[in-house]
Design a protein around this ligand. Structure first.
Ligand SMILES: [Fe+2]
Ligand SMILES: [Fe+2]
Length: 489
């Protein structure tokens, strides 16, 4: 750390303990000891389940050295197992209150209210479980990175998801005693995709087979993470709120990687089509012959990752969600900016439901419709990114638009979990679905084609043929910067 950044006042991170933190661990012997005991298991997990084949490489990573919104990141070469994963909470606001639910108006809780202990623990464990899961899903991708820039971004996301695990584990150890310890151990034992001990949520047990999947995952699934963190950041349990607020600053980069990643794939395909004089985006064989990913396949990948991510919001109508809200534990997106009574005991919210076999909008009590509401906010957020992708087609004069499929398409959870529907939301029989599925979701052939493009491109400043270079380097570095120093075996 340079002198100037070491001179921070508020929000500075204490590096004197094994676990960097801004929560006073040096004066909290019990929690420090618990975390130090958890640490070797974490490193063991990282070494066996983290990025495969790059644990000794020097990676140009950012590390949080402060929680100051303007200057929390420090960039430098780090070997990933030596990354300083820390416990970082956003600053405490002494005036903060519980802003919704039955306890609205009370001072925000600095400890866990006894009656909400089980619910809170569950929320923390579910959030915590997603963090290591994504690292496991992405562990093999370094080997096929399309550039050192992209490889570095992948590893940055991976170490930060590791830090998010630390964030949740800190809450478990600090506030939940023996149960918390057991849950923290469990977070290191489950494995993405393992039939015997899977991760808790569906999307986090799916494979991330290639880089287009990674970009779609970080666009769609990390964005679910953002929405969940936003609503947990509203929590009346103040340490949870502060933890999530700082996590959100890191999450923004993950979604940036997703949005710009897909954008660069689109850009490269359009550019190659234009150069080759191909006007019909559906002339898939011709486009693929150029060594770029055809646009209909990009749409299929978006369909898949969007629908998997929608499942993460749970059932549209949910008494759990109502209870979490009423208890002041999990709020709405932008809760404090919404103008209503923040109790929701009398209001309604429109929910898309399956009624007599028809997809219809039905008013439900707002309290039980909170998952639906958060999902609606999520869909709006996704649409913004899709609109920005669509500008690229306009720029190149390519007649194509990406769209988000209907929320009834390819769902496993909620109102549409038991039916099949087209991307337009038309209900289909099982037979129709089986016949048409490969038009809408990546087929084996699509997967094999994308796979054939996934060849490493690790020369400084070079990019694989199927993806355009980024507009700017990380930390203002020049185009040929060596973001990862790969040791020759
Ligand atoms: Fe995360
Ligand atoms: Fe993330």
């Amino acid at each position: 750390m340079s002198q100037s950044s070491a001179a921070y006042v508020e929000g500075a991170v204490d590096y004197s303990t094994k676990i960097p933190n801004n929560v006073g661990l040096a004066n909290d012997a019990r929690v420090l000891k618990a975390l130090e005991q958890w640490h070797p298991g974490y490193i063991d997990w990282w070494n066996t389940m983290g990025p495969e084949g790059f644990q000794t490489a020097d990676v140009y990573l950012r590390t949080a050295v402060s929680i100051d919104p303007k200057g929390w990141a420090q960039f430098g070469y780090v070997k990933m197992p030596e990354y300083r994963w820390g416990v970082l909470l956003a600053p405490q606001d002494q005036q903060r209150q519980v802003n919704f639910g039955a306890s609205r108006g009370e001072a925000a809780w600095q400890d866990v209210p006894g009656e909400h202990r089980a619910s809170l623990r569950r929320l923390i464990v579910i959030q915590g479980d997603t963090e290591p899961a994504s690292v496991e899903q992405q562990r093999h991708l370094g080997k096929t990175a399309p550039s050192l820039y992209d490889m570095r971004n992948l590893f940055q996301i991976n170490v930060e998801e590791g830090r998010h695990l630390w964030a949740m584990v800190y809450l478990l150890h600090k506030y939940f005693g023996r149960d918390g310890r057991e849950e923290a151990d469990g977070l290191l034992q489950r494995r993405s995709g393992d039939p015997d001990k899977p991760r808790m949520l569906g999307a986090f047990n799916e494979a991330t087979p290639d880089w287009l999947s990674l970009f779609m995952f970080t666009f769609f699934t990390d964005r679910d993470g953002k929405m969940q963190l936003e609503s947990l950041a509203q929590s009346g349990f103040d340490p949870m709120s502060r933890t999530c607020r700082f996590m959100l600053t890191e999450e923004a980069h993950h979604m940036f990687v997703g949005e710009t990643g897909v954008g660069r794939v689109i850009e490269r395909t359009c550019e190659a089509m234009k150069a080759a004089g191909i006007e019909d985006p559906y002339d898939i064989n011709k486009v693929r012959a150029l060594g770029v990913i055809d646009l209909p396949t990009i749409q299929k990948k978006a369909n898949l990752h969007f629908s998997l991510s929608l499942d993460l919001f749970g059932s549209e109508v949910s008494t759990n969600a109502a209870n979490f809200y009423n208890a002041g534990l999990k709020g709405r997106f932008m809760e404090t900016k919404i103008e209503d009574d923040h109790a929701l005991t009398t209001s309604t919210y429109p929910v898309l439901k399956l009624v007599d076999g028809q997809i219809r909008m039905v008013d439900e009590p707002a309290l039980t419709a909170l998952n639906m509401r958060l999902r609606d906010d999520y869909v709006k957020d996704c649409q913004g990114g899709v609109n920005r992708w669509n500008k690229v087609f306009e720029k190149y004069g390519v007649k194509f638009q990406l769209t988000l499929p209907s929320v009834a398409f390819n769902r496993a959870i909620g109102q549409f979990g038991d039916i099949e529907a087209s991307p337009e939301g038309k209900q289909l029989s099982q037979t129709e679905w089986m016949r048409l599925r490969d038009q809408w979701l990546p087929s084996k052939d699509d997967g094999a084609f994308i796979d054939s493009l996934m060849l490493p491109c690790w020369e400084r400043g070079k990019y694989a043929n199927w993806i355009a270079p980024p507009k700017a380097g990380i930390d203002s570095k020049p185009g040929d910067f060596e973001y990862v120093k790969i040791e020759e075996a």
